[in-house]
Write a protein that binds this ligand. Structure first.
Ligand SMILES: *Cc1c(COP(=O)(O)O)cnc(C)c1O
Length: 372
């Protein structure tokens, strides 16, 4: 990938992973320093980087305990297993029902595609795990229809990422918390895409005044190095006692050293306020483009997870923008067929945003003239 204004432009940084761009000096330093000390211990032992990262995650969030793994899918797999096991331990086998959402995305393992709400990802892999029910996102009534005392967990992305960059409304997330409390179910928030600064706060739940029972994190947490984490409370954690679940690479020293550097670099007012400023800049540019070409129905998202839904005249054409943008030297992404998605580095220079938006405009101009 080119550097600066040359070559392929970098509005899309590895699908919400490279939150500090490529080869950020603090991450390079953390990785190389750790590489000269210790890479891996069996998970029979712990190690300093894993303890340090866990301590920082706990001190900065609702959580008391952290489980490490190597990807978002694995973090969710652990979260769903924990929810089931916690309900089993405390209420018995009947309480195993999981409620999740249509268009939701939670990973590619068989359990996570089943909890996910996009049938295309589980088609042909059945029989899939049972006891999973899909409600409609941002529709509390659809959850009320499904939830009961046999429900062990409600699983939600605070901003649906793959499903179209749709933030939860405050009433929806707060309502889910209340319904979970009423039915003694756990609220699991999947922040694999929305977490670690992407929304302008360390985790997106922090915008809502809603405390989850379990949170999953990955992608930006490693800044490009594979790591996943599941965070939970002392009330829930005992159900995942030693021996009930595990991962060979979970807590790998290199991954945790990089994760610690990414977390502590991102979770500062300087970076987080910069995310809000950049969000405003994106909106301004997208609004200008839209006033000229009328291609978008809605521009939405939080922080630097931004989606532009195509207007009726360009329904389903989000994907057609990608090759045009690439020819202009801009990598962008879609979320579903109808939403153009932008998830750049959280520290992308503002001049790069200007340049990227100018290139996007060229691509949109070509889309519009090709459809005339
Ligand atoms: C990407 C993603 C996952 C899966 O993460 P992997 O690291 O690809 O396993 C899970 N949930 C959400 C919300 C994601 O965006």
């Amino acid at each position: 990938m080119g550097s600066g204004g040359q070559g392929v432009h970098r509005l899309r940084r590895g699908i919400a992973v490279n939150a500090l761009g490529h080869c950020h000096p603090k991450l390079v330093d953390a990785l190389t320093t750790q590489a000269n000390k210790l890479w891996h211990l069996s998970n029979v032992y712990t190690n300093e980087p894993a303890l340090n990262l866990a301590r920082e995650l706990v001190s900065r969030t609702f959580a008391d305990k952290v489980y490490f793994c190597s990807s978002g899918g694995e973090a969710n797999e652990a979260a769903f297993k924990l929810a089931r096991r916690w309900a089993f331990d405390n209420f018995g086998e009947r309480k195993h029902k999981i409620i999740s959402f249509k268009q939701g995305f939670h990973g590619r393992t068989l359990f996570t595609v089943s909890v996910g709400g996009q049938p295309k990802y589980s088609e042909g892999f059945g029989p899939v795990p049972g006891g999973i029910h899909h409600a409609r996102f941002n529709d509390l009534d659809s959850v009320r229809e499904l939830i009961d005392d046999d429900t062990c967990a409600v699983v939600v992305e605070p901003i649906q990422g793959e499903g179209g960059v749709t933030p939860a409304t405050p009433e929806f997330l707060q309502g889910l918390r209340e319904l979970c409390d009423r039915h003694q179910a756990l609220l699991v928030v999947d922040e694999v895409q929305s977490g670690v600064g992407r929304s302008g706060k360390l985790y997106t739940y922090m915008h809502y005044g809603v405390i989850p029972d379990i949170l999953t994190s990955a992608k930006a947490l490693g800044g490009g190095f594979p790591i996943g984490a599941m965070l939970t409370t002392d009330r829930v954690a005992p159900s995942l006692a030693v021996g009930t679940h595990g991962s060979t690479y979970g807590g790998n020293a290199l991954a945790c050293a990089v994760g610690l550097a990414a977390l502590t670099t991102i979770d500062t007012s300087e970076v987080l306020e910069g995310v809000e400023r950049r969000h405003a800049l994106f909106r301004e540019h997208l609004d200008v483009i839209n006033r000229k070409y009328g291609v978008f129905k809605e521009i939405r998202g939080m922080g630097l997870l931004i989606g532009a839904e195509m207007s009726d005249a360009y329904e389903g054409k989000a994907r057609d923008i990608l090759p045009l943008a690439l020819e202009e030297g801009l990598m962008a992404l879609v979320a579903g067929p109808n939403v153009l998605r932008m998830a750049p580095s959280l520290v992308i220079p503002e001049a790069d945003i200007q340049e990227g938006m100018a290139r996007l405009e060229l691509a949109i101009e070509r889309l519009v003239s090709a459809s005339e």
